[in-house]
Write a protein that binds this ligand. Structure first.
Ligand code: GLC
Length: 559
């Protein structure tokens, strides 16, 4: 495709409000589908499965691709050595252009993951920057003189900042006689966004991807871009790790950061229909809400961290609703490439639970709470975390985790997508870069596509229901009082439609009276986790319904 000739999204389901109404599917390219036998997923593999994702399949509206840029791969692509090029591991630049065109042809938009807080130490900017203090990139990274020298003549770091990945945050560079800061690996030096040329270079990269047809961006750890200009030490407090023993006052969430996001948005707003979503780094739901603006979403981690109990889920929903209020649009996220898969996480948060029923009920939660759903690949099959022995894990911080640095290994939630029961599970003809789960012979796309009772069938029905029901896309959310301590009840409503959602997240049956005041004419069942086809019959306005453990129901008010 010629530079600047943006491929057009053909008949998308939604227009400029797609970032609000649509569903965004996260692909971890390494684990989606491998076409060249090296056991690592690639861009052609994604192209091969667009029909599975598109309107004739799952029915999502956009794909978010975790990084596929040139990278030494120490943080599996979040250490970028060239932001504008495809890493040969994942294919070619032509493959990328083809992916955009093929996705657009099916009405699927494409969202890229931009890693702009840091680069790889192999990036040419850093290679030059670390050489001396006077080159063109000398001030592109966070360089500082030592605070002094210890009795042995060793340089002392400029302040007390540490790395989120464990250990010191400052790395000594003898060539410059200075330290540089890194929030993550020492091989991921932090950029200095207060240097105007850095902002310009980053925005140029953004413009380049926009010209190639990209529809949106996920911004990696975006609230960490700006640091306090003087880099003061953070205040300290008691905590369970070096990172937690600091109050992160000066290394993120700076007062002038919203202006930077405003400038970033004006680059995107030069064209229509482009969205962005910020990954809040180690921050609260209130910060997420404050940084949310038009067409710019911000993840919050309330539901990603909640236990599978009614009080925990209700509290998470209530906190989100009060933080975002009616005017800011939240996201809905239960899983991603950094956290345990939600079926595993929820099931292990209580006793006596199986993952599949929870996966079905969680699908209802994801598709019916207020906010743009982000669906992590494989969740639609009810995938669980796969046990990976530490020696096979490919998550660097997992290797140095210990009592004072607790780390959840991220490999178990990044395992390959099982497409079929063929050798290599239809993912690869080679040796997969991470192993499959023990249930791969039955938990795969082919098996679930043929089974109308599967979790995949649940997702397909729910996604179709959401697409056909505007109140589920844009309606306000109101939590209701439940009759049973294990029941969660909420409505989604607009001035002319109302949908009631009920869950029993307890281990025993529960009963709930329907709120007649919200629908004097009664209800129609639109979806139930234990029904193959929803019952078309009309339910009386104040009937008492029985809910089995992990059952969820979606009822529409008759008007
Ligand atoms: C984000 C990414 C994570 C990565 C980190 C550093 O949190 O989601 O995978 O390790 O940033 O780039």
């Amino acid at each position: 495709m010629e530079a600047g000739s943006r491929s057009v999204v053909s008949s998308p389901r939604f227009g400029d409000d797609w970032w609000q109404r649509g569903i965004i599917y996260q692909i971890y390219p390494r684990s989606f589908a491998a076409t060249d036998g090296d056991g690592v997923g690639d861009l052609p593999g994604i192209i091969d499965h667009l029909d599975y994702l598109g309107p004739a399949g799952l029915g999502i509206d956009a794909i978010w691709l975790s990084p596929f840029y040139r990278s030494p791969g120490l943080d599996l692509g979040y250490d970028v050595s060239d932001h504008a090029l495809v890493d040969p591991l994942f294919g070619t630049d032509e493959d990328f252009d083809r992916l955009v065109a093929e996705a657009h042809r099916r009405g699927i938009r494409v969202v890229l993951d931009l890693v702009m807080n840091h680069t790889s130490d192999a990036h040419r900017w850093f290679v030059s920057s670390r050489m001396d203090r006077s080159g063109p990139y000398a001030d592109w990274y966070l360089w500082r003189d030592p605070a002094g020298f210890d009795v042995d003549g060793r340089p002392l770091p400029p302040n007390n900042w540490v790395s989120f990945f464990g250990g010191p945050g400052w790395q000594w560079e003898p060539a410059r006689g200075q330290f540089y800061y890194h929030t993550f690996l020492a091989e991921q030096p932090e950029m200095d966004w207060r240097t105007p040329a850095v902002e310009e270079a980053q925005f140029d990269i953004v413009r380049g991807w926009l010209a190639r047809g990209v529809d949106g961006f996920r911004l990696d750890v975006f609230n960490a871009f700006l640091k306090h200009p003087d880099l003061p030490s953070n205040p300290t407090r008691p905590g369970t790790s070096e990172w937690r023993r600091q109050i992160h006052l000066h290394d993120r969430d700076q007062a002038d950061f919203p202006d930077l996001i405003g400038r970033f948005r004006s680059v995107l707003d030069a064209a229509a229909e482009r969205m962005s979503v910020g990954e809040i780094f180690d921050g609260s739901v209130e910060t997420s809400a404050e940084l949310t603006t038009d067409h710019h979403l911000v993840f919050d981690w309330e539901l990603l961290e909640a236990d599978w109990t009614a009080p925990a889920i209700r509290a998470a929903i209530a906190r989100r609703e009060s933080a975002f209020g009616p005017d800011r649009w939240p996201t809905a996220v239960l899983s991603n490439h950094d956290r345990p898969r939600h079926a595993s996480r929820f099931a292990s948060s209580i006793t006596g639970a199986a993952t599949d029923p929870i996966a079905r009920a969680a699908a209802v939660l994801l598709m019916t709470i207020r906010g743009t759903p982000f669906l992590y690949y494989g969740e639609e099959l009810g995938m669980t975390d796969v046990e990976i022995p530490l020696e096979d894990s490919v998550d660097p911080p997992a290797r140095w985790a210990g009592p004072d640095f607790v780390w959840w290994d991220r490999s178990p939630c990044r395992t390959p997508m099982p497409w079929s029961s063929a050798p290599g599970s239809g993912f690869t003809v080679g040796r997969p870069w991470l192993r499959f789960g023990p249930d791969v012979a039955t938990r795969n796309v082919a098996a679930q596509a043929a089974d109308p009772t599967s979790i995949l069938a649940t997702y397909r029905s729910l996604i179709a229901l959401r697409a056909a029901t505007p109140v589920l896309q844009v309606g306000a959310l109101r939590l209701l009082e439940a009759d049973d301590a294990d029941v969660i009840a909420y409505v989604r409503e607009t001035s002319h439609a109302l949908v009631l959602v009920l869950f029993n997240v307890g281990r025993r049956p529960a009963r709930q009276r329907l709120p007649a005041a919200d629908s004097p004419l009664g209800w129609r069942c639109r979806f139930g986790t234990s029904m193959l086809t929803p019952s078309p019959r009309v339910i009386k306005p104040d009937v008492v319904v029985d809910l089995a453990p992990d059952e969820a129901l979606v009822l529409e008010a008759l008007r």
